[in-house]
Design a protein around this ligand. Structure first.
Ligand code: D41
Length: 724
């Protein structure tokens, strides 16, 4: 890396190359400014990876020129400041930090194992070292102090020596026990300090940001910042509205408890006391070549997107405590632990344009067209800006350098602008929303009090028509395999399909006449259309694309009313009687079915042969009579024939619940190929573990039992036979 590119400015002619001392000073200044924005203001201006890059550049420079290492260098302290308003807390045992292995490849894990073996002076033929491998949650480190089992204090890490007293806010986190449980000596020890990470789940974060957006309020950059903001929120009432979670991963001061001999046993013990401990962990052996650590890093890496929360790596800890003690620590970092990172989920890139996308409900979304950038495992070329107000608040303009984030399956997002040195050129105009729809030219309106602009063209608008078809065809709705966006573009742009029922009038000949459509594909699509006709009421209802009617609401409606005609004719008051249906949803349904052309669509689809099983409504299905009522099942691994969604649907239809993690409350764990730590956990807890055949047998047996008792064993859609 050249010195000039550390500053983001090209080394132009006439710019003198700086001395190492000047470079170090400039890096220190930049890092300190960024750190303040990050830690104190919770408003970072560069991605973490960029910060790390600057930090490492300074470290490297100081290693080469130790005389440049000043006491105020960010490399010389662990960051974090005590804010005004929170009482400082001196940690009884300093909160160490964890060394990061920035080599994200397998070699990163191997290097750590090799170092541990060397430092323990193990001969080459000594058996492999055992490690506890866990996730590196992307949150905020917290120390929980329990005295005689009671939570007496919670403190942030601060600089590792002194943190902030945030007890009031931490008490609002439902997952954190206010009193430890269990018979072990730990739960009643005079002093037990538990360390862990406070974080925000991605779904909680998305929902929080969506609420903020709908209120025109500031959104949070990422779950970690939202969590950090909530923990340091001076008003605990506001903190309580921010949904936080916690995972324990270590200890601070302990008095009166014999700490288990291994880290894995420690985590088990903490879990037994009622503390949340992540189930995604394992004990692995290090060894040259096929290291269990590498396998863990890779397996978790492959599933990173599916986790409900952000992680930025995994952590390996020497499992045996006596070995940990032998290894000790250097400059506040234990030599027995390392964080093995994954590629960053935030990157810098440039805005090359701002486009408008028209969605299924006519919503106009400004989308930043970006210089392609590799982030969160994919190349991102555009990112949503949500709405005009969000765009203005972020101040995004053409040509800006922005931070792009992509985490989980969430669509990429511009989280902020990195203000150019000296401001942007004055001639870059502010973005404006168009007055007419860029697709159909209809008027664009924004309802008072709403943040979204909408095209008023309805299904006259080709963009809305396309989105409506794609929504209808998606896997969770009618599941029409092969009807993707390219084909829908062709069908709508060519005027071949204008309405949902017209889909079912497509023949092989009409399809094969389309560009780039082989006979075979045309036949496959016709077969897929045919297959999709046999469906369920919730899928059909969801597929209609009624505003505010998502999958869950569609299921509730189907369960409650049993028949489509009853739903179409239900008054708003009758709709309000459905679980989880509020005035907005009820009004939306009524408005939809009050329009003759929408009822017509339903009739025509039925006339085309679309059908499902109906029943007589809530009266017949008392949830308590369903065979798996009150049972919680956890799915893990890949089942031989059922997809996850299918297994879930079967269990739910039988009245059971599917949970994401294993606990004492789990009734059954259904495990397939490559089941992971959930299976280990189930065995630990002595739960019943089923394979797919076992699940099928359970469902069949349960149905039989209930049927014999004379109750209706039915799935929600069961009953009086097909309609249509
Ligand atoms: O998930 C984490 N962020 C995490 C952080 C973890 N799983 N383990 C950790 N272990 C430690 C030691 C080894 C010092 C007990 C940590 C941290 N420390 C840590 N995180 C922030 C400061 C220290």
């Amino acid at each position: 890396m050249s010195q000039s590119d550390l500053f983001g400015a090209p080394a132009e002619a006439g710019v003198t190359v700086s001395s190492p001392a000047e470079v170090a000073a400039a890096l220190r200044e930049q890092l300190n400014a960024h750190a303040h924005r990050y830690h104190v203001l919770d408003a970072p201006s560069i991605p973490d990876a960029e910060y790390d890059r600057l930090f490492q550049a300074l470290q490297a420079l100081e290693a080469e020129h130790p005389e440049l290492r000043t006491p105020d260098s960010p490399t010389q302290r662990v960051l974090g400041q005590v804010l005004d308003g929170f009482e400082p807390v001196r940690h009884a045992v300093p909160m160490l930090s964890i060394r990061t292995e920035t080599d994200t490849e397998a070699s990163g894990a191997e290097a750590f194992d090799a170092r541990v073996r060397r430092e323990l002076a193990l001969p080459d033929d000594a058996p492999p070292v055992q490690y506890a491998a866990e996730l590196k949650f992307d949150g905020l480190a917290i120390n929980l102090r329990y005295e005689h089992g009671v939570l007496v204090q919670a403190a942030t890490r601060g600089d590792g020596e002194t943190g902030e007293n945030v007890t009031q806010n931490i008490r609002t986190i439902g997952q954190i026990p206010l009193r430890l449980q269990g018979p072990g000596a730990g739960a009643s020890a005079p002093v037990l300090e538990v360390r862990g990470e406070v974080y925000m789940r991605r779904d909680d974060f998305e929902a929080l940001n969506e609420r903020q957006r709908q209120h025109g309020a500031k959104t949070f950059v990422n779950p970690r910042n939202a969590a950090a903001g909530a923990v340091r929120q001076l008003d605990p009432a506001i903190a309580a509205q921010r949904p936080l979670s916690f995972f324990a991963y270590g200890l601070g001061e302990v008095q009166g408890w014999d700490v288990p001999d291994t880290h894995s046993a420690l985590l088990d013990a903490l879990a037994a006391m009622g503390l949340p401990v992540c189930a995604e962990r394992t004990v692995a052996e290090g060894a040259s070549g096929t290291s269990g650590l590498v396998a863990f890093h890779q397996a978790i890496g492959a599933r990173r997107d599916q986790l409900p929360f952000d992680i930025d790596g995994v952590v390996y800890k020497v499992n045996r405590r006596d070995l940990q003690e032998r290894l000790g620590f250097v400059t506040r970092e234990p030599r027995w632990a390392v964080a093995h990172k994954y590629p960053a989920q935030e990157q810098l890139t440039q805005v090359e344009g701002i486009d408008i996308q028209v969605g299924r409900t006519g919503k106009l979304t400004p989308v930043a067209r970006l210089k392609p950038v590799f982030v969160g495992g994919v190349t991102v070329t555009n990112a949503t800006l949500h709405n005009l107000f969000e765009l203005r608040r972020k101040g995004v303009r053409l040509g800006d350098t922005v931070i792009v984030r992509r985490a989980g399956d969430v669509i990429p997002e511009v989280v902020g602008v990195v203000a150019p040195e000296g401001g942007r050129p004055a001639y870059v105009p502010n973005f404006r929303m168009p007055r007419t729809c860029p697709v159909c030219d209809s008027t664009v309106l924004r309802e008072p009090g709403e943040v979204d602009h909408r095209c008023t063209g309805g299904l006259f608008c080709a963009a809305q028509r396309k989105q409506a078809l794609l929504h209808f065809a998606q896997r969770r709705a009618m599941d029409i395999e092969g009807l993707g966006d390219k084909l829908v573009d062709q069908l709508v742009d060519g005027g071949v399909v204008r309405t949902l029922p017209e889909l079912y009038k497509l023949g092989v000949a009409k399809l094969a006449a389309l560009d780039r459509m082989a006979d075979k594909s045309a036949q496959n699509l016709v077969a897929a259309l045919e297959k999709s006709k046999q469906t369920t009421l919730p899928r059909f209802l969801f597929g209609l694309g009624i505003r505010h009617v998502g999958e869950a609401t569609a299921k509730d409606l189907a369960k409650h009313f049993g028949q489509i005609d009853r739903i179409m004719d239900a008054s708003e008051a009758a709709l309000l009687a459905v679980r989880d249906v509020g005035p907005v949803v009820a009004h939306s349904l009524r408005t939809f079915f009050d329009q003759a052309h929408n009822r017509e669509v339903v009739e025509q689809l039925r006339a085309c042969g679309v059908s499902w099983l109906e029943h007589d409504g809530a009266a017949l299905v008392d949830p308590a009579t369903l065979p798996l009522h009150g049972k919680t099942l956890v799915l893990t691994g890949t089942l031989p024939t059922l997809s996850r969604d299918e297994a879930k649907a079967l269990i739910e239809a039988a009245g059971g619940k599917v949970a994401g993690s294993v606990s004492k409350k789990t009734s059954y764990v259904v495990a397939g190929e490559e089941a992971g730590s959930k299976l280990d956990k189930a065995r630990e807890l002595g739960l019943t573990v089923l394979d797919e055949a076992g699940l099928q047998a359970l469902l069949a047996a349960a149905v039989a039992t209930v049927a014999a008792a004379g109750a209706e064993p039915a799935a929600p859609q069961d009953g009086s036979g097909p309609t249509g």
